[in-house]
Design a protein around this ligand. Sequence first.
Ligand SMILES: *Cc1c(COP(=O)(O)O)cnc(C)c1O
Length: 392
Amino acid sequence: MKWIEDELRKLEEQSLTRSLQTNAPAPGRQGYVQRGQQTLLDLSSNDYLGLARHPAIAAAMNRALLAEGAGSGASRLVAGNRPPYGRLEEALAVWQQSEAALVFANGYMANLGVIQALAGRGDAVLSDRLNHASIVDGIGLSRAAHARYRHNDMEHLRQLLHKHRDARRRLIVTDAVYSMDGDQAPLAELVALKQEYGAILMVDEAHSGGVYGARGEGLCHALGLQSGVDVHVGTFSKAFGVYGAYVCGSRTLIRWLIQKARPLIYSTALPPSVIAGIAEALNLVQTERWRRERLAASSRQFRLSLHRAGLQVGPGDSPIVPVVVGDNATALRFRSALEAEGIAAAAVRPPTVPDGTARIRFSLSAAHTPEDLADAARRIERAALRLGVPAR
Ligand SMILES: *Cc1c(COP(=O)(O)O)cnc(C)c1O
């Protein structure tokens, strides 16, 4: 196994090693984490609506845990399909205004399952170059041809659709909001192209579900495009603050996934307590609008503050605010400087992002107050100045 040590050394030389840091929720302080002796403002989690520590969700999970026990015992197709699953899926379909819904263990497995069920040998999957790794892995599992188009480049997508016109089927897949860039896909153009070329369109709302739309339905609904999208995927582990994922679409689609989606068929059903937590979170996502409104206002203000501080923030209005620094070592030094300023933020490096685009990814939450974020912007500016991080 010596080769592993050699490889690890190579990664270290390129500032590319990853390590597990321990973060505990800071007692009594929403939006903060405890790391060792230090309490840090948490700009690294995906708890966009601040629901991860919501007492009503914890209470619902606790009740289900005591009533139904810890585990579901088997996959849903065997014996794990408890009554709350069906009730949750009915509520999800109503929320998404779709015919049907299906819960998966997590977003990673949902993307694997859907892509592998919808595409196979002889098909082509057309995927934005910046799509999430779970989409890339789903395409690998499907064995379909993987046609990557340049980020948000609809002309390139059109060329690839043309090139693959003789494929048995064409599946276009995109993130609605890109996970490491925070910008949006051109969904209206994607709907038009999928209609023109007779393709299937799948949209991953991992970072937009709960965040956009009058009742948190996601970006497709916010833009009035939901009926043009064939497959909606979203996760319960980000804005919902719990764990798990959903797929919404036609009854036919959901029936097909139950036949073919391997991550659904060959893995144990989520525990009943998790389903209870998701059901409670779904209520809160729809009813507590102030969370979405506060998050939108914070995102606008925070982006503006960093821009004024001379930092180049990515485009868009989402709570994902990347500051690209370029090289890996600088990203790591920036992260340490931020930590010294009392801020936890992720240093994202290749292969998660393209070479030469290492960045700090700030992610905001409705758990943060405007004062928290105004103060954070000042401290980020200080850390950036000290490091001489490339300014605009
Ligand atoms: C996080 C993420 C996923 C995976 O969701 P999990 O529920 O965390 O497994 C899928 N797609 C995108 C775009 C994501 O950002």
